[in-house]
Design a protein around this ligand. Structure first.
Ligand code: UDP
Length: 538
């Protein structure tokens, strides 16, 4: 905590070109600062952070640099998307509290001048001279990255291995690789590729939830008044999850709300229009508060017994906040999984990941009794879930990885250990955490590892993708070939134990699978409640 203070951080978030775009983030920093310092003290008592080098970090919030077209800052208090701002805010604060030398920018030009150290070179940016790097690490997003690609290729080349791309939903190998698309393990023609082809290490993409082990789980912090309450007293009250009126427009039927209303008073925090206008989109019995401040929302969550998903938005922070306050989360199950193949929202996203419900993390990592994943158009299923909730005692819960201390621990470990510049450094996570597993036919490595209570670890692919290793580890290979056309290698092909090795490291993928292929998977152990880190990773 030496030398850090909220005032100094505020200063960094105010002396920025177009600083008004950081208003929502500043408010969150102020609300949470004392929790951060408390968590940092706890963390320091467990892990020595003082012997670690201070890094120069540029944090360029591309989504705010595109404010004129995206309006994230402008609509932050009226129902616009907040997940990204939550994540940026918590990243900025954790890097600062950990003692790093940070600079935040929200205009593309300011990012360029920060990297060049000279505003005059903006028109023809050139790489800085060797040894004078303006930043050890740059956190930005696809907007910042695509700006660098368009306007500053030499700079981009220079900083490529130092980039970290904040990418909520994640990026898969076939969207990152810039060569001919592999024929094996690629679910469907990819078509136009809005985001990808940047040929970064897939671990340079940082996600909001631990969606896919191919990317790095960066995460955020859940607003829980720092500590999760031990017990809570609930009213017969349900709160709907939807802060913009358009989230109600696409509901096929509101019958499930009528069922909930038979037992519970139903509240909403919906905005986007005046309260009077929003009313026309809601059932008449819903008590709407409009979009409210985070503190007021927490109170409402504390009093509510159920937090009710409407099917959209996908995978936001709010359900975790609700569960931390002891709510049961009614998580809408999708009849057919939603992905870029059938859902407009995911069309441009660089992943084939398919959602089986509105909130995959809540479904897979938390589950019953706190998370009830049901088809909200199935009245019987809804009645069954409500019955279960009525008969259960609430029990507030927050996974460690979403606490302030959990995020500090993760960011600290990632920052000091992940290195995408030098290939001959010792592997991280260490090989002592590795277990190699053969998947079933048609199974991805993500699933094959999970089945053994492990996670797929792409950093280990290199170590297993060679004949010497396979032989030594007694993987029986009848024949051995090297392929350029597959996302599933290393693997066994067909029935006769022919092995294929991967020729293109950019195509290593934890998520790919193919029905006639048994994948050979690099798995690692993980800490319960901190899935991003191996058991000995600090
Ligand atoms: N939120 C808020 N006031 C409200 C409703 C939501 O401050 O009336 C906050 C909520 O606490 C959460 C954030 O908005 O931290 C993002 O919520 P959501 O899960 O809806 O995710 P998004 O779709 O915005 O990414």
């Amino acid at each position: 905590l030496k030398g850090t203070s909220m005032e100094k951080l505020m200063d960094k978030l105010t002396k920025v070109v177009s600083e008004s775009r950081l208003k929502w983030i500043r408010t969150r920093v102020v609300r949470m600062y004392s929790y951060w310092t408390k968590a940092m003290k706890e963390f320091q008592s467990r892990v020595n952070v003082t012997d670690k080098p201070v890094k120069k970090i540029l944090i360029h919030v591309g989504v705010l640099a595109e404010e004129k077209s995206l309006h994230f800052a402008q609509t932050a208090n009226t129902g616009g998307p907040l997940g990204e701002l939550v994540q940026w805010c918590d990243l900025i604060t954790s890097l600062y509290i950990l003692g790093h030398d940070i600079q935040v920018t929200v205009e593309h030009n300011e990012m360029l001048s920060a990297l060049n150290g000279n505003v005059d070179t903006i028109k023809r940016p050139c790489p800085p001279k060797n040894g004078h790097l303006a930043a050890d690490i740059i956190f930005t997003d696809y907007y910042g990255l695509s700006y660098l690609r368009k306007k500053a290729i030499p700079l981009l080349q220079h900083y490529k291995c130092r980039l970290r791309i904040v990418d909520s939903f994640g990026t898969e190998a076939q969207f990152n690789y810039n060569g001919p698309l592999p024929s094996i393990g690629n679910p469907a023609p990819v078509g136009g590729n809005l985001f990808g082809k940047n040929e970064l290490n897939l671990k340079q993409y940082m996600t909001m939830f631990p969606h896919s082990p191919d990317n790095t789980f960066l995460g955020f912090v859940v607003d829980s008044k720092s500590n999760v309450p031990k017990s809570v007293t609930k009213k017969q009250q349900a709160l709907t999850y939807g802060k913009h009126y358009y989230m109600w427009k696409d509901l096929k039927s509101r019958r499930f709300l009528d069922i909930i209303h038979e037992h519970f008073e139903v509240h909403a925090t919906t905005g986007g229009l005046s309260l009077q206008q929003v009313k026309t989109y809601l059932p008449p019995y819903v008590i709407n508060h409009g979009v409210i401040s985070a503190g007021t929302l927490q109170k409402l969550l504390q009093e509510s017994k159920i937090f009710v998903g409407l099917g959209f938005p996908y995978e936001g922070p709010a359900p975790l906040e609700a569960i931390a306050q002891g709510c049961f989360f009614l998580n809408p199950k999708f009849k057919s999984a939603k992905s870029r193949i059938n859902t407009q929202f995911f069309k441009g996203k660089p992943t084939f990941r398919a959602l089986k419900s509105q909130h995959s993390y809540a479904e897979e990592f938390i589950g019953e009794p706190r998370v009830l994943t049901v088809d909200i158009d199935d009245a019987q299923a809804v009645k069954g879930a409500i019955e279960k909730i009525i008969n259960s005692e609430p029990s507030p819960y927050l996974p460690f990885e979403f606490t302030h201390e959990g995020m500090l621990e993760r960011v600290n470990a990632l920052l000091h250990n992940q290195d995408f510049c030098y290939r001959d450094k010792p592997s991280w996570p260490p090989l002592t955490s590795r277990t190699v597993v053969t998947g079933r036919e048609g199974q991805s490595c993500k699933d094959a590892c999970l089945q053994k209570d492990l996670v797929c670890e792409p950093a280990y692919f290199e170590s297993i993708n060679n004949a010497v290793f396979l032989k030594k580890a007694s993987f029986p290979c009848h024949t051995m070939t090297v392929t350029r056309g597959s996302l599933v290698a290393p693997a066994y092909l067909g029935q006769d134990n022919s092995c294929v090795l991967q020729a293109i490291p950019l195509l290593y993928s934890c998520t790919a699978y193919h029905q006639s292929v048994k994948r050979i998977c690099p798995c690692r152990n993980y800490r319960k409640g901190q899935v991003a880190l191996c058991k000995t990773c600090y």
